[in-house]
Design a protein around this ligand. Structure first.
Ligand code: TRP
Length: 457
């Protein structure tokens, strides 16, 4: 039975389908919602510079390594890690970090679903013609109203989870492939329109300086770790999500080329989001350090000034919702796949994953409402005033994903033989390969280790 399941791993029909699906997993709330507000909380351009460097030299090499592990192992992350470790004469215990990765995915999903729920609310708000009535105060009041209503928060979070669950339970091809290939380009086009508009009506000068003229005196270890963490988060690496897609990539497709396209598309969307948000933030005197609500206050203001803004706004939040959905799918997929290797049906496996992340998600829901000021680890000075949502998002970026990256770097850089790696990448032992391997073996673990140490001491 288990045999039939593993030899029958479904494959995407082409490299393009893989790229679309991987872009679907990478592009999501991380780009449009999280990148702008995290950049804002960390002072702008210096953060953006570290983020871009981190993407190129730290996170992208890990992305490639994850695709490689996944395709070579052709199974869920724990299984792919364990079987290849054994094949190379190492211990099957390598599957254990894979299991942690599954939990990591559910932890990401726990807060992801809450924010995705907000996009659902905003889509309907725009569709009812409310964006055009917003001024800065009105936009802020609407956002505060959403946070103040526990029933609304719970309803949207629950609906989003149900939608994700339905798609994952339906299976790989039917569910994932179709949605992504239409919606991601559509989101990109609307975002581009939004950028043009924001640059015209907003404070373009100040926004561009804020995002791209780094003041490196603002650089510090905590901010650098946040930037590298955001680079991991936005590429979906560190918890095996990309491995899962790797398992579905056809053997003859070039991993490097496919990965390059994903990184390029993902980075473009994040920068566009930043360029759409900050001109509005500065023009309306909003606080760039406004936190998780930043996008939800600033973008409706851009739409409110735009002819047809209500319809375009509804479309935008609809596409963002789909982008979040295609990321959420990839957060469940590893757990579902792992359980199905163990004979649990897809539907049951997805229900287990969804149930777990829904329960965890209540911590985030409450963090915007009744538990806003509850700081469970407040006895630690640096975590004073940080609620569950803050602990989970920061814990993912600054701890879980970097640790996962260390595991992946060690696995591909030191467990797998050079021959096996070259074979799977299907490339020559040339400069490109060597730069990648050097980044993977030394830069990624070096940067993560230094940032950990400097942050602790
Ligand atoms: N990259 C996704 C985004 O930017 C979120 C994400 C983080 C993710 N880790 C993941 C998605 C793992 C899928 C799998 O929105």
């Amino acid at each position: 039975m288990a045999h039939a399941a593993s030899s029958g791993t479904p494959k995407f029909s082409s490299r393009l389908a893989f790229v679309m699906a991987a872009v679907g997993s990478a592009v999501g709330l991380g780009n449009v919602w999280k990148f702008p507000y995290t950049a804002g909380e960390n002072g702008g351009a210096a953060f953006v510079a570290v983020y871009l460097l981190g993407l190129l030299f730290v996170a992208a090499p890990i992305f490639i390594a994850e695709v490689l592990i996944g395709r070579r192992g052709a199974a869920s992350p724990p299984q792919a890690l364990g079987s290849q470790a054994v094949e190379h004469g190492r211990t099957n215990a390598w599957r254990i970090p894979g299991l942690f990765g599954l939990v990591g995915g559910l932890l990401v999903m726990s807060f992801y679903s809450v924010i995705a729920g907000w996009t659902l609310d905003y889509m309907l708000t725009a569709a009812r013609g409310m964006f055009s009535t917003f001024d800065a105060a009105g936009a802020e009041a609407h956002f505060d109203g959403l946070k103040a209503s526990l029933p609304r928060l719970l309803l949207w979070q629950g609906l989003f989870m149900l939608a994700t669950l339905g798609i994952v339970a339906m299976g790989v091809r039917a569910g994932i492939e179709r949605a992504v290939s239409i919606m991601t380009p559509a989101l990109g086009i609307l975002l581009l329109l939004l950028v043009v508009y924001a640059l015209i009506i907003g404070d373009a000068d100040r926004a561009i300086r804020y995002l791209f003229a780094p003041d490196f005196s603002k650089l510090n270890a905590d901010m650098a770790l946040a930037a590298v963490g955001q680079a991991f988060f936005t590429l979906s690496v560190g918890i095996g999500g990309v491995m899962m897609y790797g398992a579905y990539l056809p053997k003859d497709a070039s991993i490097f080329r496919a990965s390059g396209m994903v990184v390029a598309a993902d980075t473009a969307v994040a920068l566009l989001a930043g360029l759409a948000v900050f001109p509005i933030v500065f023009a309306h005197g909003l606080d760039p350090e406004g936190g998780p609500g930043l996008v939800f206050v600033s973008l409706p203001l851009a739409f409110s000034a735009m002819p047809g803004g209500d319809i375009l706004g509804a479309l935008f939040f609809f596409f963002l919702l789909i982008a979040a959905l295609t990321s959420a799918i990839a957060l469940y997929e590893p757990t579902t796949a792992w359980l199905s290797e163990r004979g649990v049906s897809r539907i049951k496996g997805t229900l287990i994953a969804a149930g777990g992340s829904w329960l965890l998600g209540l911590l985030s829901v409450f963090s915007f409402n009744i538990w806003q000021d509850v700081d469970p680890l407040g006895f630690i000075p640096s975590l004073q005033g940080v609620n569950f949502f803050g602990l989970i998002t920061n814990g993912i970026d600054k701890l879980v994903l970097p640790l996962g990256a260390l595991v992946i770097s060690g696995f591909v850089g030191r467990v797998l033989t050079r021959k096996a790696v070259l074979e799977e990448l299907n490339m020559r032992d040339g400069p490109l390969f060597r730069i990648w391997l050097f980044s993977l073996r030394w830069i990624t673990p070096g940067v993560v280790a230094i940032l950990f140490l400097v942050n602790i001491f």
